[in-house]
Ligand binder design. Structure first.
Ligand code: SF4
Length: 191
């Protein structure tokens, strides 16, 4: 049975096994730097909400990481609001949906930003490094490289999904939402 509730202690493993490259990449960035910029907090925060992390746990998750590098009071003053905002508890009080691939692909990450679609925004050397680390072999790498050149990022991500979950069918158009990637991945590996 699918677990609907995700807690902070589960996230490292989930990221490794079930996150799409965009979200795994933000996660690794956060763990490494104990900080991510606004775009990353927005994209990742909404994704985590979508997979079942409660507001309380989201605050705990980001706080525990951020306070490794800054004072807890600074986190409470500057970062707590944004997380509550994602959950519709501040400002306009909108219960925002996690971003789909189109929005992420069309975002424009600047220097030091952690968000974006690796298929679109990483240069080939970094994308390749990422994919090789995840077990993608030479033949598929070539395939993905051509799709990236054709700007067919959803299909490239779909091929990556297939490598990670060889016996699980997904739609022909590939991956169009990070939360779909996650949900399908959970289904595939829990059978
Ligand atoms: Fe993420 Fe979508 Fe890019 Fe895949 S195609 S890495 S799910 S933004």
């Amino acid at each position: 049975k699918l677990k609907e509730v995700v807690t902070p202690d589960m996230i490292d493993n989930l990221a490794l096994e079930h996150f799409p490259p965009c979200m795994e990449s933000i996660h690794l960035n956060l763990r490494k730097n104990h900080h991510i910029k606004y775009g990353g907090r927005l994209h990742y925060g909404l994704f985590l909400k979508g997979i079942g992390l409660s507001l309380e746990d989201a605050v705990k998750f980001f706080r525990d990481e951020f306070i490794q590098k800054l004072a807890p009071e600074k986190f409470d003053k500057e970062y707590r609001y944004g997380i509550r905002y994602n959950y519709g508890k501040e400002g306009k009080k909108v219960d925002f949906s996690p971003y789909g691939c189109e929005k992420i692909i069309n975002s424009t990450p600047g220097v030091g930003d952690a968000h974006g679609c690796p298929f679109k925004h990483f240069d080939w050397t970094n994308l390749k490094k990422f994919l090789v680390r995840k077990g993608v072999g030479d033949e598929v790498l070539q395939n993905i490289e051509s799709l990236v050149e054709e700007k067919n990022y959803s299909k490239a991500c779909g091929i990556y999904f297939t490598v990670r979950h060889p016996s699980h069918q997904i739609s022909d158009e590939g991956i169009t939402h990070p939360n779909t990637f996650y949900a399908e991945s959970r289904k595939a590996l829990q059978r």
